[in-house]
Design a protein. Structure first.
Length: 336
């Protein structure tokens, strides 16, 4: 039910304001406006072109749908329904947690791997700019498909990959309780920079180290995963190298830089599973980490910056993580 509601909300978000006015909008969340936000008539949000009003700082709105950059909201006091940037919103609360997924969750319904030597991820199905090029063996999870192209979230926009360039496409199990162990019960792909400066090469190496540690962590029923404890400590003896880390919205050098992207990608997979209970999680400041939509990153590194969750399913789970060509994919499986 929660997955179906999320799909409906996404369709409403992309259908435009005219359609939204004709369709009864689901009341998914309420959110506080942390600074004055411009409301747009369309999700493209072009300043000076389709502005229809503002929501003052400190007011509350009802959130009907989300995409990587925008939220479809109603500001009741101002009589406005339209699109506001997600960075304007904080302290989201679910209206009905029994039927609504957590704020910011993006269900990834399919997984595959690249079969071709080169597979560009583009800004539009079959065209647009190339965001990144993947190569044979790179694993990717998809939200869904549009016109034969797999749809992913690339940083804070959608990207598209030609399905003809993929190996067999497999569905993610929708019901964890009755799932087998051959396919994941949740998956998520985020994308990282692949520049060859020393700091980023170290960052990519740290991502690979963290992925390897995560794959060795079975989680029994009732067990907790503590990212700092289980994937750290972030020091040279554990294979970590100095790379850029985000501290108070500023980039600094520190051992283990890049591990936050692994914890954040894992967080987005965990959000898709109601039987995994988040115990601790903090974002990288108000604007979050740029490689994910605002509101769904999970910083790690010390006692106040950690990602912890508990397996409340009556069965064990395991994680599989890969990083190749800028695609970091984490899958959660029902374990034997």
């Amino acid at each position: 039910m929660k997955r179906l509601l999320a799909l409906l909300a996404a369709a409403l978000l992309l259908s435009g304001a005219a359609r939204a006015e004709e369709t009864p909008l689901p009341r998914l969340y309420t959110a506080h406006v942390c600074f004055t936000g411009i409301v747009y008539a369309g999700w493209e949000g072009t300043e000076g072109v389709n502005q229809i009003g503002t929501v003052p700082k400190g007011r509350y709105v009802t959130v009907h749908a989300l995409n990587p950059t925008f939220a479809l909201v109603t500001y009741q006091s101002g009589g406005i329904t339209g699109y506001i940037r997600r960075v304007c919103l904080d302290y989201p609360k679910t209206v009905d947690s029994a039927s609504t997924p957590p704020y910011g969750v993006d269900f990834n319904h399919f997984i595959s791997a690249v079969a071709a030597p080169d597979a560009p991820v583009t800004t539009a199905p079959g065209g647009g700019d190339t965001l990144i090029t993947l190569h044979q063996g790179a694993r990717v999870s998809f939200i869904g498909f549009e016109g034969g192209f797999g749809k992913v979230i690339y940083h804070r926009q959608y990207g598209y990959l030609d399905t003809r360039l993929l190996e067999e496409i497999l569905p993610v199990y929708e019901a964890p309780e009755t799932a087998g162990t051959d396919r994941p019960i949740a998956a998520y792909t985020s994308f990282y920079k692949i520049t060859e400066d020393e700091s980023n090469l170290n960052r990519m190496a740290n991502i690979a180290v963290a992925c390897g540690k995560l794959c060795r962590l079975p989680l029994g029923a009732g067990d907790n995963l503590n990212f700092n404890r289980d994937v750290g400590p972030y020091r040279p003896s554990e294979g970590y190298m100095p790379a850029g880390v985000l501290v108070n919205n500023e980039l600094q050098q520190g051992y283990g830089g890049g591990t936050c992207q692994v914890s954040s990608t894992l967080y987005n997979a965990v959000l898709q599973l109601p039987g995994l209970t988040v115990l601790q999680r903090r974002a990288h400041g108000d604007n979050g980490a740029s490689y994910l939509p605002i509101g769904v990153d999970a910083a790690v590194g010390n006692s106040t910056l950690n990602f912890r969750f508990r397996n409340d399913y009556p069965f064990p789970v395991r994680m599989d993580a890969t990083a190749q060509d800028g695609a970091l994919t984490i899958m959660i499986y029902k374990a034997e």
